[in-house]
Every structure is written in C-alpha cells, then in structure tokens.
Design a protein around this ligand. Structure first.
Ligand code: MRU
Length: 364
C-alpha cells in the first residue's frame, strides 16, 4: 500500500504533515481555504499536483456546510477563494489550471437554468472531488508510458529487441511520489512501474538540498515500498552517472512551458546538464495539468524564492556562518534542449512536439 498524503471525505480534509516526516506521521485538519493556503505556503503539503488537489479540496470543505442565497453568490465566493489559493505558491501551474477549470464550470452552472443553487454546489463538489481519482489514474498512465520509454531506449542502445533487456538503474530528484500527488506519483510512478514489471534494478534518489525532499520524503517512500534504493547527495550526481551505469534520469515538473522548458525543484537543471554530458537520457514526468501552453518558454516562469533559514539551518541547528548572504530559489528551469522526453498520461513527447501534440489532444 502506498502512502496516503491526502485524506478526504465530503466535509472533511486531512493532510499528512510533510514538515514532520520522516520522524513523525501526523495528519493535520484543513477546515477551509485559509487553512488550505497555509498548509501549501508552509509546505506541509507540497508537490505540484498535491498543491492543486489540497487547494481545491480546501474550498470544497469550506463551501460544503454553507448555504448560498443564489448561484451568483456561490460563483463569486468560488472565484475569490480560487484566486487566493493560486497565490499560495507561484511556480507550480497546477493550482492555476485547476482554478481556471473550476471557475469555467462555475460560470457554466450559473448560466444553466435547469439547476438551482443546491444542485450547482453539488456539481461543483463532485468536480472537485473527481480530481483525486483522476490524478491517480493519470499517474498510473504516466508510470506505464515512462517505464516503456526507458526500457525501449535501453533496448535500442543495446541493439536488442524491446523487452529482452534486464532491469535498469534510474536516478530521480526531489519527491514526486504518493506524497506529492493523490497517490502513485509521477516520476516516482515511473519507478514504481519499473518495479512492478520486475525491471527495476536500483533507484538512486538525491538528497535535494535545502528542503531535503529526497532524503526525507522520497527515501521514506522507497523504504516503505522496499525498493532497492540508495540516497546520494546532490553533489554526487556526476560521479554517480559516471560510475553506476544509470539508464535514465526521471524527474517531475512544476510547470512545463509550450517549448518544453521545464521548471522543477532546484538542482534539476544541473542534473540535466550532467546527464547530457554522460549520454544518459533525461525524462520529465508530468500530467497535462503541469503543462502551461500559455507561456512560450521558461523565461516566463516565476521562480519562488524561499527563506535563507532553509539554507543556514538544519532544523534548529545553524550550519552556515552568521552574516553570510544567501540566495535560495526553490526551482530552476531546465532548457528543452536537455530533455529527452516529456512523459504525460497521454504518451511521451519530445519537447519540440509538445505544443502541437497537446493542443490536438485537448481539442479531441
Ligand atoms: O517545493 P516542492 O517540494 O513543492 O517541489 C516539488 C517538485 O519540484 C516536484 O518535482 C514537482 O512538484 C512534481 S511533484 C509530482
């Protein structure tokens, strides 16, 4: 059983507090949008898909017990609160895309004369709740497409028929697993799928300084799943790719621009550079809800900067010289030219094919 980061039933939402992991497993109640904004902003819940799901479900638990005079009032409430939730963290696009979709639904329902305000609220809650199952189904599809792509590439390189090569070693960065999603995970879903196929020889995960999502969260998930796994420090990636015959790197995304440039956890870019140097394929695994076709390239992505304290301290313990200046961007942008493939729930695309392929998929 994979870990459950989000527990929801109509009117009630609890999230696993990721600030306390791996030492303590404690759920915190999210009673409405104010709580939702705080748990996202403080990173008690994190990971692009989980941010969107928790944000939207926090709105669901808030409006569930409320009575609205009319549909216009409900729509107004939803719009204001969704905009507020989008402001909790700037880089991941998933919350913004979810907000746009839910607002479009609220607009349609407001205009629909066949339903009253109670039915409108019910339809709105159903749509919000559907995000949980859809995310897990999407992640399973991402896992299947990603594992297939990695194994195909290994077979091609070896000049062997697909499916005839042995288990592979992969590297991942940050946390993209059950904790970062509704379940199964994106890049970690690919790892999970390789394991399910009996094709995972070993997975390496980076520590992911300074917030340590790799050491605290991915390592926790890998140990929980009993996968053959090893933790490496971020500074060891070049040495690892040189020494360990890694077949592929697979990471998640917070926002993929139309040209394939990808914002993901700080350190992703340098791993992609090192992977290119060593001829190791570099994959981004992300649902369509992480793809922002509205921006042409990575320069348009706002990169969140976080407090110095995340760098200067480990817990309560200061590790940096007092008085030193810090620069702490939480994400970086990997240029499309370093990306072998973008693994989505609808297939794997080369960065240069992405815009046209996704536009077609969204139209169909
Ligand atoms: O700052 P975080 O922990 O929210 O950053 C998370 C990442 O960068 C993940 O790789 C990304 O959100 C994808 S999670 C499926």
């Amino acid at each position: 059983m994979s870990l459950q980061s989000i527990k929801y039933s109509r009117g009630s939402l609890d999230i696993l507090d990721q600030l306390l992991l791996p030492v303590q497993s404690k759920y915190v109640a999210v009673r409405g949008v104010e709580d939702g904004w705080k748990v996202i902003n403080k990173m008690q819940v994190r990971g692009a898909p989980a941010i969107a799901i928790v944000g939207c479900l926090s709105l669901a638990v808030e409006i569930y017990p409320e009575e609205f005079e009319n549909k216009k009032r409900l729509r107004q409430e939803v719009e204001g609160k969704l905009n507020y939730l989008v402001s909790a963290r700037p880089t991941a696009v998933n919350m913004k895309i979810a907000a746009d979709e839910l607002l479009a639904l609220a607009n349609d329902l407001t205009k629909d004369e066949t339903i009253d305000v109670a039915a409108m609220k019910d339809r709105f809650l159903n749509a919000t709740e559907a995000m949980l199952e859809k995310d897990i189904a999407d992640n399973r599809a991402i896992g299947a497409h990603g594992a297939k792509a990695i194994l195909k590439r290994v077979a091609e390189t070896a000049g062997a028929p697909t499916g005839t090569t042995g288990p592979v070693r992969v590297l991942t960065h940050c946390n993209t697993g059950s904790l970062a999603t509704a379940g199964y995970g994106t890049a970690l879903g690919v790892v999970r799928q390789l394991a399910e196929l009996g094709k995972l020889e070993h997975v390496y995960c980076t520590e992911t300084r300074p917030y340590n999502q790799g050491a605290r969260l991915t390592a926790y998930e890998l140990v929980h799943e009993k996968f053959p796994a090893t933790l490496v420090l971020d500074s060891m990636v070049a040495a690892l790719l040189r020494a360990k015959n890694v077949a592929g790197v697979v990471v998640g995304a917070d926002r993929v621009a139309a040209n394939g440039d990808t914002a993901n956890k700080i350190g992703t870019y340098q791993i992609a550079v090192v992977a290119k140097h060593h001829g190791v394929p570099f994959y981004v695994a992300a649902p369509l809800t992480s793809i922002d076709l509205a921006i042409p390239g990575g320069d348009h992505i706002i990169i969140e900067e976080r407090p110095d304290r995340e760098m200067t301290h480990v817990g309560e313990h200061r590790i940096a010289a007092p008085g030193i200046n810090c620069w702490n961007p939480a994400f970086d942008v990997t240029p499309a030219s370093l990306i072998t493939g973008i693994i989505t729930e609808r297939g794997v695309f080369k960065p240069e094919e992405l815009k046209e392929a996704i536009t077609k998929l969204l139209e169909s």
